[in-house]
Design a protein. Structure first.
Length: 535
């Protein structure tokens, strides 16, 4: 049996076995090969397999089908031919050669590996560096096993590296603060520790995380605000042998009330601004902390500050992404893109093709439905019409008008084939409604039909309204006439104006001339043409 190899030059390939008869390729779920790529049409191409040959046909796709880089409508496939549908490449094989070497890899290629090292091997077990019995005070509260000065330097660097690794993964800020204090109590022999963060509104320190050694009373306000505010204001770490006698605090009431003896307080300062402080103390012993302790705590808190800032930025990015998605959902893709590029929507005179589509007999049909049912039906209908078709053909949705929709091609971006895209979108809309109606019938719901009008001409396009209330619109007679043409069209019909027909260059799009029609607002009858989309 023949096969199609999707992405034949990539390391990850998808293998599709072709069956006898018709094999379709496209984005729709009813295809033999469903490929979710925006460059593909819903039903892009078809390969017919017989015992003698394989014939590939393009199904009127937007981005066309190519065989060996030549655009085709239909051709016979040979072994090894490259087939491109939109941006997706396939390789046609009459038989699958499973033992063939992978593309771009010579079978004799070998790597010269000197040493293998898994990232897990670089992890440090803190338990191996820290002592468990900390009852004996040895001039420092660091729980390091080794007393050799050089080895202690190495061990402290290992610990800080491991702390950095453990704090590096994005977490909720509250959980991260608890993790920082857990590590602190594991590494240093302190009684109590607290992290205070700066409130961005009032610039005051607020208690965000608190940890106490087992057996020590859990008091939310055990720390001295005098000490923490001093560190916040000056942005430097301090070590106090006995805070009650420290001249910097002038026997502050909070120091005396808390019976604070030895304490350390270090600023959380990832950059130039202090975002908080970490405070730790011991209740019963004075002169317990050393310069080594303050130096190590400063290093640990520096790692913590960076982790906290990263966590806050990560949360902010997530929140902004959600808000951006909600914001952009109010605007067509083309309008959102234009806003990102230029920050505003200037009013410009341009030529567009305007498509107006309406559900036939909607007023009568909706009179027999509940309001909620109508909304659910329209939401499903508009999802197919706009997201799956208008946006795929790079049109701009201007507005919904009840059950109708108005879309334009040529604003805010112009392309040479705007008119052709609008017409092909209309054809896909009729086919899409037919498939959607069939699904509704199977679910016991009422089917629908639509009628479409397209007109091409000059408009003024841009933001209509204020700078704060964005409403992108194309204003002019061209838009009004497209609505009139739509009202003339019958169910299942697509009518286009003479100006639209004059812009079409694709010979595969068939039309027939109909008698001139008078429409509201025009003194002379319009010459319209019916698209023969269903032949």
């Amino acid at each position: 049996m023949p096969y199609l190899i999707q992405n034949p030059e990539a390391s990850k390939q998808a293998i599709h076995q072709l069956k006898f008869g018709a094999n379709t390729i496209g984005r729709e779920t009813d295809n033999t090969m469903m490929v979710m790529d925006k460059s593909l049409s819903r039903h892009h191409a078809q390969i017919n397999i017989t015992r003698e040959r394989a014939i590939i046909m393009d199904l009127g796709s937007l981005n066309h089908t190519f065989v060996n880089n030549s655009k085709i409508n239909q051709c016979e496939l040979k072994d090894g031919d490259l087939v491109r549908c939109g941006n997706v490449v396939f390789k046609f094989l009459e038989n699958l050669k499973r033992d063939s070497p992978k593309p771009n890899h010579h079978p004799n290629d070998q790597l010269s590996i000197v040493r293998r090292l898994s990232p897990e091997h670089t992890r440090v077990d803190l338990g191996e560096l820290l002592q468990q019995d900390t009852t004996q005070y040895q001039g420092t509260v660091l729980k390091l096993k080794h007393q050799d000065v050089e080895q202690r330097v190495v061990d402290k660097l290992k610990i800080l590296l491991e702390v950095s690794k453990q704090l590096s993964s994005p977490e909720e800020p509250d959980r991260l603060l608890d993790k920082i204090l857990d590590l602190l109590l594991e590494i240093m022999n302190v009684d109590r520790a607290v992290i205070l963060m700066v409130n961005q509104q009032n610039k005051q320190l607020e208690n965000k995380a608190l940890k106490c050694r087992s057996g020590v009373p859990d008091d939310e306000y055990f720390y001295s605000s005098t000490i923490t505010n001093f560190v916040h204001e000056h942005g430097i770490g301090i070590l106090s042998a006995d805070a009650a006698t420290d001249q910097r605090f002038n026997n502050a009431a909070s120091v005396l009330a808390q019976d604070i003896h030895a304490s350390m307080c270090v600023p959380l300062k990832p950059r130039d601004e202090v975002i908080g402080v970490l405070y730790a103390d011991n209740l019963s012993m004075t002169n317990i902390y050393s310069e080594e302790d303050l130096e190590f705590l400063t290093g640990l808190v520096n790692q913590a500050a960076i982790a906290i800032e990263n966590a806050q930025l990560y949360k902010q990015i997530q929140a902004e992404a959600v808000m951006r998605t909600k914001f952009e959902s109010f605007f067509p893709e083309a309008v959102s893109k234009k806003l990102k590029e230029e920050g505003k929507l200037e009013i410009v005179d341009t030529e567009v093709s305007v498509l107006f589509a309406d559900i036939s007999g909607f007023t009568q049909m909706s009179s027999r439905m509940e309001p909620r049912q109508i909304i659910e039906m329209l939401n499903e209908y508009f999802t197919v019409m706009v997201e799956d078709i208008v946006f795929r053909y790079e049109g701009t949705l201007e507005k919904y008008i009840g059950d109708a929709l108005l879309a334009v091609w040529g604003a805010p971006y112009q392309q040479a084939d705007d008119t052709e895209r609008a017409v092909k979108a209309a054809i896909d809309m009729q086919r899409g409604v037919r498939r959607l109606s069939q699904q509704w019938i199977e679910r016991g719901k009422q089917p629908i039909k639509i009628h479409i009008g397209i007109n091409t001409g000059k408009v003024a396009a841009g933001n209509i309204g204020s700078e704060k209330l964005i409403q992108y619109a194309a204003i002019g007679d061209t838009t009004n006439v497209s609505s009139r043409i739509c009202s003339v069209a019958k169910a299942d019909e697509i009518l286009i104006s003479q100006s639209t027909l004059d812009k079409l260059e694709d010979p595969t799009i068939k039309t027939e001339k109909i008698p001139p029609v008078m429409v509201k607002g025009k003194d002379q009858p319009l010459q319209l043409h019916r698209l023969l989309w269903n032949v």
